[in-house]
Design a binder for this molecule. Structure first.
Ligand SMILES: *Cc1c(COP(=O)(O)O)cnc(C)c1O
Length: 498
């Protein structure tokens, strides 16, 4: 008779049930406690390493799974930046939907490899449906194709590589050296996200292939400058490969003039890519910029479910209008099948081989909330952002600068200081930079920053279904109170400096 194998990572069903139930209870308490916690604890890296015991080596023997899970939950819940907190207004990181947390557990339990249909029959179908639902929500054409990737950077890069392969198919075998016929150029506004540099670099074009187009005072790409750049490149024998239009810039939520960009792309034979990592989903919401409708014209589009679909990290999504374009950029087996027939093999449509089931958490939340639920939540985020703008405008010590989609920028201007006065600009930049740090360390709320027309500003972004009117009402007061403190300290130490 053989002994049953003893595997140290195994968890017998009863032990799994107990550890899992305990963890779910702990998470439910954690979620309920979010508003009462600091948004981020004010601790140094040294203090955190001490709490973790970071110097400890790999343990020789194991520890009971329940104990390890309990430890990990405490370490993470008490020492993290809580982007699910109702007063987290930083960057563009969503409050994660609880169903997505459970979805990741389920995905890991079944563990489908969504690289190939055969390895993940139902998961591949669910991913396909989730991608089609996102296209539908955005008004992107049915019959387009797409897949989930790690985030906006990868989604944009996949679009970039699809454009590259469409323009110069032989680039995949010969490299850019062998592409011949003039240098490939890409165009984007100065407010575009840094993914483009990484893509131009990794894609072999080099960052000098990017034409950075100036923006108007409203942070939107200047189409006259874009036309001029396209014309001068064409005259010089260079090849306009793609134009990137941003649907919701990171700094201010500006939406580029996408209809005009689409028309210029048609005129110059360039691929029209939309970076909608943050803002594309606002296309589903009434009363948002009309240019979002031009998303439907894009050859490719990046959108981040881990932003405005409230998916837990990571989930980015790339959509491409013409089926077969992704295989043309990534497949190493001939694209002999029709994409409407036969199963989809995602490894042939993107850079990854083995692929986790990112789509499940997105699909679950889309089903839980439905289209109407998402339109409501995004609309509420935008409404709250506009309300914040009005409150900042009404505050005597705050200067409201921009409000776009669900992003606000503003700064603290101490009473009695004329922001247009001599020497005021430098002082206000220093003051607001110090204030940002003070707000973040306070744990009362978390904002990030933006630089708009050379001014250092605080920035609040609401992609958070837990934020409500009371949080928005509290923020200007928190900022002004801490602003007065910082101003007094700066003036105390340098009395003549303002
Ligand atoms: C967030 C964002 C990105 C990068 O997305 P990640 O998910 O962080 O990789 C790119 N472009 C825009 C406009 C973004 O808002």
């Amino acid at each position: 008779m053989t002994e049953p194998r003893a595997a140290p990572v195994a968890l017998p069903p009863e032990a799994f049930r107990k550890a899992g139930h305990d963890l779910v209870d702990t998470i439910a308490d954690f979620l309920a406690s979010l508003p009462d916690r600091p948004v981020v604890p004010d601790a140094s890296p040294e203090a955190l390493r001490a709490v973790l015991g970071a110097e400890g080596g790999l343990p020789e023997g194991g520890t009971d799974a329940s104990v390890v899970l309990r430890d990990a939950a405490r370490l993470l819940m008490d020492h993290s930046l809580l982007n699910g907190h109702p007063r987290f207004f930083g960057y563009i990181t969503a409050s994660p939907a609880p169903i997505g947390m459970l979805g990741d557990l389920l995905a890991a339990a079944v563990n489908p490899n969504v690289g190939a249909w055969r390895l993940s029959p139902m998961a591949s179908e669910i991913e396909g449906q989730a991608v089609r639902w996102i296209a539908e929500l955005l008004g992107y054409p049915q019959g387009s194709e797409g897949l989930f990737v790690s985030g906006g950077n990868m989604a944009n890069m996949v679009g970039f590589l699809a454009a590259r392969a469409a323009a110069v198919p032989e680039i995949r075998t010969e490299g850019v050296e062998g592409a011949g016929g003039g240098r490939l150029r890409v165009y984007a506004s100065e407010e575009a996200h840094t993914w483009l540099q990484k893509a131009a670099d990794l894609g072999g074009l080099g960052t000098n292939a990017i034409r950075w187009i100036p923006t108007a005072p409203d942070q939107r790409l200047e189409t006259r400058a874009l036309r001029a750049a396209l014309e001068s490149d064409r005259a010089a024998g260079n090849r306009p490969l793609m134009v990137v239009g941003t649907a919701g810039t990171v700094s201010t939520g500006a939406v580029d003039p996408l209809f005009e960009i689409a028309a210029l792309c048609r005129e110059f034979g360039a691929w029209f890519h939309v970076d909608g990592a943050y803002g594309a989903l606002a296309a589903a919401v009434p009363g948002t910029p009309r240019d979002l409708e031009a998303i439907a014209l894009a050859d490719s589009l990046a959108v981040d479910p881990h932003k405005w679909l409230y998916a837990p990290l990571e989930a980015g999504c790339v959509l491409v209008r013409e089926p077969g374009r992704l295989a043309a950029a990534f497949s190493y087996s001939p694209a002999y099948y029709h994409f409407d027939q036969g199963p989809v093999n995602y490894m042939a449509m993107g850079p990854q081989n083995s692929r986790g089931f990112r789509g499940l958490k997105v699909w679950l939340a889309l089903r839980q909330a439905g289209r109407a639920g998402y339109v409501q939540m995004l609309g509420d985020d935008i409404r709250l952002s506009r309300e914040l703008h009005a409150r900042v405008q009404a505050h005597p010590e705050l200067e409201a600068v921009t409000q776009g989609l669900s992003i606000n920028t503003f700064r603290f201007v101490p009473g009695g200081l004329d922001p247009e006065g001599d020497d005021a600009a430098g002082y206000l930049d220093r003051l607001n930079e110090a204030l940002l740090e003070r707000v973040q360390r306070s744990g009362e709320a978390f904002v990030s920053n933006a630089v708009v027309q050379g001014r250092y500003l605080l920035r609040a972004c609401i992609v958070n279904f837990r934020t409500d009117a009371s949080d928005v009402a509290a923020l200007p007061e928190i900022v002004a109170r801490l602003g007065r403190e910082v101003d007094a300290e700066l003036r105390g130490s340098r009395p003549l400096d303002r």
